[in-house]
Design a protein around this ligand. Structure first.
Ligand code: NAP
Length: 483
């Protein structure tokens, strides 16, 4: 193996994974790039072997060595059992930035052809609802913790701006749902607004994510980079891939401070697996992102030209509109190889500089505040009683603790004191206790323990949350209807 060979871990993956990965490897090799590939297992095969995370230790060790991965799609069991192997990989190696570029491709028919779509979705990749922290509060009520951190927001925001600088892009829309989730999605918006001041040459705009989806369908050409949270980005990036020809054309990169993984946006497409029908373009374009990431931009652009020339010449796999005599995966691959060295007349590969990836700090992330105060506690209890009865009982039980019951809510809506509205009830109640003494008094842990002990004499408590104020601002949301 020549010393200039690129060391990487290859995960062929599940379903159509092995077919599209082998297509990309064949083209890279035909273009003269030497890879030192360590082929490893993850996903369905690992689950079958009883590896709960879907990622065996040999695979983890290989990635720790190479720090560079080309991966096929990995199947995720739905609704039960094991974790997603994809999420495991992203979290294990802290690949905090998910980059999903889409661009109008010559010869690929879509309703948006001619509108010069060229959008990159930068999706935070490890936090949010995908932190995977879920609990059944009662047999009837499931909850998922939406975890957003200031250091996480800073890192992904800086990454988006650095990415814009590296690609010569001019505008970033930060898409959030901060009008509803003021603390979590609001933190994303505020961090974006703060950090954007460090990058004055790039236009920074905030947009509500639902409007962003609407605007993408109506006027997609207005977007350059969209920065968003994990869940929003998952959905929006499938939408953007639909604008430019579908999942068969959408590449992606998962980038961290130490490890970078490159894969198609699409999944394992089990319906066409093993039939030599899959479109390998998304995986090939992902492999080109990998080559650019390791400084092989020239060869990446040469291969991209061959892909563009192939598409222009009308060679099509079955998923492409107008594919009357579709090519197989291997015919499409061979056509690209035969076009190596040719230059597209209709589109030009974009020039890339290396991205200045923000480094993950080894310190424990935190935010300094001038003041903090515990002002109360939310106690979540399970009960089949009516709110009036719970209100009376908890008011009585809290007497003498220095905490007073303020409001009870059910599914986020205040139901005690009685609002007169006929809210549907489930058996998990959020009971908010506030310090009954002077406003500035700090609630002590001993008061909370005392309250919890008294409440548990009558109710099964599920969890508690301290109510805190930071720099004089409430660090908790109010229930719908709470004064
Ligand atoms: P999917 O595998 O992306 O497939 C959806 C449909 O898109 C396929 O049935 C196929 O449509 C078409 N398609 C996708 N990629 C194609 C390609 N390269 N060439 C031609 N057609 C393609 O989505 P899914 O069915 O929701 O997910 C299947 C499995 O993949 C699940 O286990 C899921 O968890 C996993 N998944 C993994 C990843 C990942 O590893 N990053 C991402 C997404 C999903 P036709 O019906 O028209 O053939």
């Amino acid at each position: 193996m020549p010393s200039s060979a690129i060391k990487l871990t290859v995960l062929p993956g599940d379903g159509i994974g092995p077919e599209v990965v082998s297509s990309a490897l064949k083209i890279i090799s035909a273009a003269g790039v030497t890879l030192d590939a360590d082929v490893q297992v993850a996903g369905a095969e690992a689950f079958k072997r009883g590896v709960e995370s879907g990622v065996p230790s040999d695979t983890i060790q290989s990635i720790e060595r190479t720090r560079l991965v080309l991966k096929g799609p990995l199947e995720t069991p739905i609704g039960f059992g094991n974790k997603s192997a994809n999420v495991t990989l992203r979290k294990l190696f802290e690949t905090f930035a998910n980059v999903r570029p889409v661009r109008e491709l010559p010869g690929v028919k879509t309703p948006y052809a001619g509108r010069h779509i060229d959008i990159v979705v930068v999706r935070e990749n490890v936090e949010d609802l995908y932190a995977g922290i879920e609990h059944m509060e009662t047999p009837a009520v499931a909850q998922c913790l939406k975890l957003i951190t200031r250091p996480g927001c800073e890192k992904i925001t800086r990454f988006a701006f650095e990415y814009a600088m590296a690609e010569g892009r001019h505008k970033i829309h930060c898409a959030t749902k901060s009008n509803i989730m003021k603390l979590t999605e609001g933190l994303v918006q505020h961090t974006f607004e703060d950090i954007s001041k460090e990058y004055s040459s790039i236009e920074a705009r905030h947009i509500l994510v639902d409007n962003c989806a609407h605007q993408l369908a109506m006027h997609p050409e207005q977007f350059d980079i969209i920065l968003t949270t994990n869940m929003n980005g998952d959905i929006l990036s499938d939408l953007t891939s639909g604008l430019t020809g579908g999942l068969g054309f959408a590449p992606s990169a998962n980038i961290g401070s130490d490890v970078a993984m490159f894969e198609a946006v699409h999944g394992s497409a089990p319906d066409i697996a093993g039939k030599n029908l899959a479109n390998p373009t998304a995986l090939i374009l992902s492999a080109l992102m990998l080559l650019r990431h390791v400084g092989q931009g020239k060869i990446a652009s040469a291969i991209e030209n061959a892909v563009l020339v192939t598409l222009e010449s009308g060679v099509r796999t079955g998923d492409m509109e107008g594919a009357r005599a579709p090519s197989s995966t291997s015919e499409f691959t061979d056509a690209i190889i035969s076009n190596l060295g040719k230059t597209s007349k209709l589109a030009k590969p974009r020039e890339f500089k290396r991205i200045n990836v923000p480094q993950s700090s080894k310190e424990v992330g935190h935010v300094d505040v001038a003041s903090r105060q515990v002002v109360g506690v939310d106690v979540f209890v399970e009960s089949l009683e009516h709110p009036v009865q719970i209100g009376d009982t908890l008011t009585r039980l809290a007497e003498g603790t220095g905490l007073a019951l303020k409001v009870i809510s059910n599914r986020g809506t205040a139901v005690w004191p009685d609002t007169g509205h006929g809210t549907s009830l489930v058996d998990a109640y959020q009971c908010r206790f506030i310090a009954s003494g002077p406003v500035e008094a700090e609630v002590e842990d001993s008061q909370i323990f005392d309250l919890l002990q008294r409440a548990s004499s009558t109710y099964r408590w599920v969890h508690i949350e301290k109510l805190q104020r930071f720099n004089g601002k409430d660090g908790f949301s109010k229930a719908q209807g709470e004064s």
